[in-house]
Ligand binder design. Structure first.
Ligand code: DAH
Length: 340
């Protein structure tokens, strides 16, 4: 085959190429254009020609190389485009979006709140940044109470004190200042305490406060409410017990334990072998607190209670490290997918 004939064959071949994939295009590029490919062979042969033949064929040989390069490039572009177009199938259904999950503290907070709203309580919220009056004085805290110390409470400013609330009881005051009885509110929210962070303590956590003020509210009403709440949240077999306690803003005050829902009273690690777990603080609103809010304690009485959401979540989900709740670790949070 003469060089002239080879050139014709190559040109025809190049024209008729029909690769189906980008991989095939690459194979063709190697076949034609690599150092040992067809075009390189052509140049080898061209070198051997007599000078006058070189003159007449030089331009043609160079032209074949150009045609081959352009053709391969063109084929590659066509297949690339086709690939992109085929991805844009507008009729295909979209990929499934990864499902998020609700935060365990939100789940528990809402569950607690829902039990109270069923009983006619309405939701109230107050500010996280508080003054001394609403956080301590109006709640009957004595002037030298340790909570008023910077060791226990975060101060934003000292004189006059601007602080981060240490409990949601301050919302009681804000509500009673603004509303005439009957009052029936449930106040969820975040609180802050100056604590070193560990598995068992954190510098912020969440509480739910409940307040009921009306004529003739009694301790027995409080007891009934607590039993109802415990049975709704922990199950119908739950028992409660009240232990005398002290809070400046309630008199009498109590702490409520619920029968351990793991060992059912037999004794286990969670309840420290007692069969009971502590859940919340409560009591009858101190007459001084009512007075501070312009409510006559001769006519009205009330009860209040406060509980920690993290504690309830720990009991429900057996999570033993408080820090998990605020780390935003997807491996922890995704375990709550599908929980309401
Ligand atoms: N404020 C209390 C605390 O943070 C909890 C509490 C106890 C709230 C008794 C109340 C109550 O309303 O009556 O520890």
């Amino acid at each position: 085959m003469t060089l002239q004939e080879k050139i014709e064959r190559l040109t025809k071949e190049l024209d008729e190429l029909q690769p189906k994939t980008l991989k095939e295009v690459e194979e063709l590029r190697i076949h034609f254009l690599s150092r040992k490919g067809e075009i390189a062979d052509l140049f080898e042969e061209f070198k051997k020609l007599a000078p006058e033949e070189k003159r007449s064929l030089g331009a043609v040989v160079n032209r074949v190389k150009q045609i081959a390069t352009e053709r391969i490039e063109q084929l590659r572009n066509e297949l690339k485009e086709e690939k992109e177009v085929s991805h844009e199938d507008l009729t295909r259904t979209s990929d499934a979006l990864p499902m998020g999950s609700r935060h365990p503290l939100s789940i528990v907070e809402e569950e607690v709140v829902a039990i109270f709203t069923k009983l006619g309580f309405s939701i109230a919220r107050g500010p996280e940044i508080e003054d001394d009056y609403h956080l301590f004085s109006a709640l009957n805290f004595p002037p030298d109470h340790p909570a008023r110390d910077m060791q226990d409470t975060f101060f934003i400013e000292q004189n006059p004190a601007v602080l981060l609330r240490t409990h949601t009881s301050s919302v009681q005051i804000r509500i009673m200042e603004q509303t005439a009885p009957p009052i029936r509110v449930i106040c969820p929210g975040r609180v802050y305490r100056n604590e070193a962070i560990s598995a068992r303590a954190h510098c912020f956590f969440h509480q739910v406060e409940a307040l009921y003020v009306d004529k003739q509210v009694s301790f027995q009403d409080l007891r009934e409410l607590l039993l109802f709440f415990a049975r709704e949240f922990f199950g119908p077999d739950s028992k409660i017990r009240l232990r005398p306690s002290y809070f400046p803003f309630t008199e009498p005050s109590a702490e409520m334990d619920v029968s351990c829902n793991i060992c059912h009273g037999k004794g286990c690690a969670l309840c420290k072998q007692t069969g009971w777990v502590e859940i919340l603080g409560c009591g009858m609103v101190d007459p001084n607190v009512l007075k501070n809010c312009g409510i006559d304690p001769e006519i009205y009485s009330g009860y209040a209670l406060g509980m920690g959401i993290e504690r309830m979540a720990n009991l429900k989900y057996r999570c033993n490290d408080l820090r998990r709740f605020s780390e935003n670790d997807i491996r922890f949070l995704s375990q709550f997918e599908g929980e309401h």
